[in-house]
Write a protein that binds this ligand. Structure first.
Ligand code: HEC
Ligand code: HEC
Ligand code: HEC
Ligand code: HEC
Ligand code: HEC
Ligand code: HEC
Ligand code: HEC
Length: 411
């Protein structure tokens, strides 16, 4: 009797110790500006190492950064760091003891200077923001990877302009979080931001949603192999899967009712906006910049296959591949024997084309939203992106593209 009692007591106590020690030792704490329900990407690595290690190298994860000489793409070396506006006016990218700056010189005299505080962008272009009080402003000079040099910031009204205010909207697509100040009626004032709340880059929870419970559950019960407290992607509808990407890849012309920061996998994007004109996809003229979702959804492949989504060609945890033959294999998985005989190509061309469906059916096209000027030049340079409207094009040569641009010019 006594033995049985003490056995039960010892059993209960040791059980309690086990449970408590699990809680005390392994449950993670955080001080995420988004609140306790968010835990931060670093905590994912212990259980999802390969996804984590691949993801942190992507453009998504590095889409915004605290500017430093390690992540600014352009050169500060004398001879490569000057943007000539005209014979009297220059903007020079300077590395000084106190930081990295864009400095305006008029007639050889320093006229204005601002620090490059935040980088925006990495794959095709990089622009820079500076803080002034609790507001951010864009700097006039950006870096473009196609031309490997500094040039004027996109669609700049005039090159010498340090006053373009950057509101919370840009951060909603380019970062994981920043707190906007609220006005008296609890609406976010677009331009007034809390510097300390900025979470740079697009992190795991930006797509997967708040994950503190998921992490703590699996830390406590390492034997459970079934995911808990996280949205399971294979239960999502096609539209929900598309919306995970469309929240940032369907343009910026819609009036938001709920902040995009609140959107997570499984939500329905249409609920975040007031009904908006362009979402019905009747415009035939979406810009190649930012509208991948609408362009893809106008393609016959998308409409008639009923299965194609962004993940048919992209892995969410790696950068987009640059090898067109890899994408072409995806095309061939649905188009086994397309008849191109009307094109009357020689054999060599016909073979090349098997490995490159992309250049003809998803050609590079110039963006109308983003154009820029090179140093010392007053002509417009073009920013080329792949159109996601998969279709038959007959104007894939750059010359024809420029014609296309001129026809559609409406900036
Ligand atoms: C203590 C371990 C652990 C940590 C930390 C952890 N996870 Fe998991 N996670 C799991 C386990 C176990 C599964 C289920 C098996 C699997 O799919 O790998 C899982 C599955 C998932 C899935 C797949 C869900 C599904 O069914 O489709 C996602 C997404 C996910 N985790 C995201 C995250 C994110 C984001 C973080 C960091 C914020 C994170 N996990 C941190 C253990 C963990
Ligand atoms: C929170 C906003 C956001 C979400 C959500 C998002 N993207 Fe992006 N995406 C961006 C931004 C911003 C860039 C530009 C990154 C850069 O270069 O700075 C980008 C770039 C990309 C690129 C080119 C990157 C490269 O280097 O190859 C691909 C491909 C892409 N996104 C696909 C997707 C897909 C697929 C999804 C859904 C699974 C998705 N994105 C979800 C904002 C987002
Ligand atoms: C609705 C979401 C959205 C908003 C708002 C937005 N962007 Fe972007 N931006 C993207 C996406 C997606 C890409 C990459 C794909 C593309 O170019 O089509 C991108 C690309 C960029 C790039 C080039 C990055 C690269 O290398 O591809 C820069 C620089 C940039 N945006 C700056 C800004 C600034 C500054 C603002 C605010 C004035 C802003 N963006 C507002 C979604 C957005
Ligand atoms: C741009 C959005 C996006 C980001 C950011 C993102 N994921 Fe995912 N993740 C997805 C999507 C979409 C799927 C579903 C993939 C599928 O169905 O094939 C997924 C699937 C997963 C899975 C389960 C499937 C698998 O491949 O094992 C895990 C685990 C996961 N993500 C973890 C992470 C972690 C950890 C991070 C950060 C290091 C992260 N994700 C960042 C969009 C994202
Ligand atoms: C998931 C299956 C699927 C994939 C993957 C796919 N397509 Fe399609 N595609 C279709 C279907 C279905 C149609 C409509 C029926 C048809 O014309 O064969 C179509 C139509 C087309 C058309 C005719 C378009 C028109 O407007 O007349 C072209 C061109 C095309 N696809 C090229 C491609 C290329 C290039 C790729 C790869 C980048 C690709 N497709 C990937 C399913 C797919
Ligand atoms: C049929 C295949 C296919 C599908 C589906 C697809 N993409 Fe792409 N995507 C590509 C190809 C090809 C590229 C060009 C890669 C390169 O040249 O580096 C690309 C590039 C991109 C880029 C970088 C822009 C550029 O020109 O470098 C973004 C952003 C992107 N895709 C987003 C998306 C989103 C969001 C979806 C879903 C709405 C999607 N893609 C669906 C094939 C696809
Ligand atoms: C040199 C440019 C070029 C390349 C490369 C190319 N196509 Fe085409 N494709 C065309 C043109 C032009 C047409 C329209 C032909 C016509 O109307 O007779 C076409 C037509 C098509 C169609 C529609 C056929 C129909 O009858 O509706 C499909 C599907 C297609 N291509 C798929 C592909 C796939 C898949 C690849 C890669 C294996 C590819 N194409 C490579 C130029 C090209």
């Amino acid at each position: 009797m006594r033995n049985k009692k003490s056995f039960i007591l010892i059993f209960t106590i040791s059980g309690l110790i086990m449970i408590l020690s699990r809680c005390i030792n392994s449950v993670e704490k955080n001080n995420d500006p988004r609140g306790d329900i968010f835990i931060g990407s670093a905590s994912c690595r212990q259980c999802h190492k390969s996804i984590y290690d691949s993801y942190v190298a992507t453009s998504h994860f590095n889409s915004t950064k605290t500017a430093s000489d390690k992540n600014i793409l352009g050169s500060f070396t004398h001879g490569q760091n000057t943007f000539v506006v005209n014979s009297a006016t220059q903007i020079v990218m300077e590395h000084r003891d106190s930081g990295l700056f864009q400095v305006l010189y008029v007639n050889g005299k320093e006229a204005e200077i601002h620090r490059m505080d935040i980088t925006f962008g990495i794959k095709h272009a990089q622009t820079f923001l500076y803080w002034q009080g609790n507001k951010t402003f864009e700097l006039p000079i950006s870096y473009y990877t196609t031309v490997h040099t500094w040039a004027s910031s996109p669609a700049y009204p005039s090159v010498v302009n340090f006053t373009r205010s950057i509101g919370i909207g840009c951060f909603e697509c380019h970062s994981s979080y920043i707190e906007g100040k609220l006005n008296a009626s609890n609406k976010v004032i677009e331009e007034v931001l809390d510097k300390n709340s900025l979470i740079n880059g697009i992190d795991c929870e930006r797509c997967h949603g708040p994950s503190t419970n998921h992490v703590n559950y699996h830390l406590t019960y390492p034997e459970v192999k079934q995911a808990k407290y996280i949205v399971t992607s294979n239960t999502l509808s096609r539209q929900q899967k598309l919306d995970v990407c469309a929240v940032c890849h369907s343009g910026n012309d819609k009036k938001k009712e709920i902040s995009a920061f609140k959107f997570k996998m499984g939500d329905t994007l249409a609920n975040f906006f007031l009904p908006w004109a362009s979402h019905n996809n009747t415009t035939s003229d979406f810009d190649v910049h930012g509208n991948q979702y609408q362009l893809l959804s106008q393609s016959k492949c998308f409409l008639q296959s009923k299965t194609m989504d962004c993940l048919s060609c992209h892995n969410p945890h790696t950068n987009a591949g640059t090898d067109v033959s890899e994408y072409s294999k995806k095309c061939l998985s649905c188009h086994k024997d397309t008849d191109h005989s009307s094109l009357k190509m020689d054999e060599a061309m016909a073979n090349t084309m098997k490995a490159n469906c992309i250049d003809c059916h998803m050609p590079l096209q110039p963006s109308r939203a983003i154009t820029f000027q090179l140093s010392g030049s007053d002509t417009t340079s073009f920013y080329l992106l792949r159109t996601h409207k998969i279709a038959v094009y007959r104007d894939e040569k750059i010359n024809n593209l420029l014609q296309y641009f001129k026809k559609n010019k409406n900036i």
